[in-house]
Write a protein that binds this ligand. Structure first.
Ligand SMILES: Cc1cc2nc3c(=O)[nH]c(=O)nc-3n(C[C@H](O)[C@H](O)[C@H](O)COP(=O)(O)O)c2cc1C
Length: 167
């Protein structure tokens, strides 16, 4: 089963987190997960995917304009309806709006007609509520690498749920 992780990234943080999610997904038997920039999406692979996770940096506590434009103009061509959806974010500040970015991405996915999943509290520790958020080290005493496990575990949980629903 194919899964896609699609991100916008200017300085590489969100791309890195997308790749960590794919690493987690690919640990689950039968899963083939790939990450794509919104600027370079393999449309055939995404259309064949049973689950799609979107990621964006926080720009003033919202998704980037590029991601929003891509969601409005390109995503409708990619057959998202009825599939499993998820979202993640990267931020410079711990309270820099990561959950708001995720919430707005999930709102778009639900509007398109996806089933949205994060694992939530039901999966225990690490407790990932709306989706994983990676804080970078520009302003905080945190390193993106500190959040790697959360992204990988999120990828595993998302892939298990996709396999359960569509396998
Ligand atoms: C125009 C702009 C606005 C930003 N606004 C926020 C913000 O509101 N909150 C925050 O925590 N980080 C903010 N950032 C920082 C980025 O979200 C953060 O560095 C992110 O990890 C960058 O992702 P990327 O490396 O994938 O481009 C902003 C960065 C830019 C360029």
């Amino acid at each position: 089963m194919k899964l896609s992780v699609i991100y916008d990234s200017r300085t590489g943080n969100t791309k890195q987190c997308a790749e960590w999610i794919c690493e987690g997904m690919n640990r689950i038997e039968g899963i083939e997960a790939k990450a794509f920039s919104t600027k370079d999406v393999d449309a055939d692979f995404v259309k064949a995917s049973k689950g799609i996770v979107l990621g964006s940096p926080s720009y003033y506590a919202l998704m980037t304009a590029e991601m929003r434009t891509w969601l409005l103009e390109e995503a409708p061509k990619l057959e998202f309806g009825g599939k499993l959806g998820g979202a993640f974010a990267t931020v410079q500040f711990t309270h820099g709006g990561g959950d708001l970015v995720i919430q707005s991405l999930l709102t778009n996915l639900i509007t398109i007609g996806m089933l949205c999943y994060s694992g939530g509290g039901a999966c225990g520790d690490p407790c990932i509520h709306l989706g994983p958020v990676g804080v970078n080290h520009n302003k905080e005493k945190a390193y993106l690498e500190d959040f790697r496990d959360n992204f990988e575990v999120y990828g595993e949980r998302f892939a298990r749920k996709a396999a359960e629903l569509f396998g």
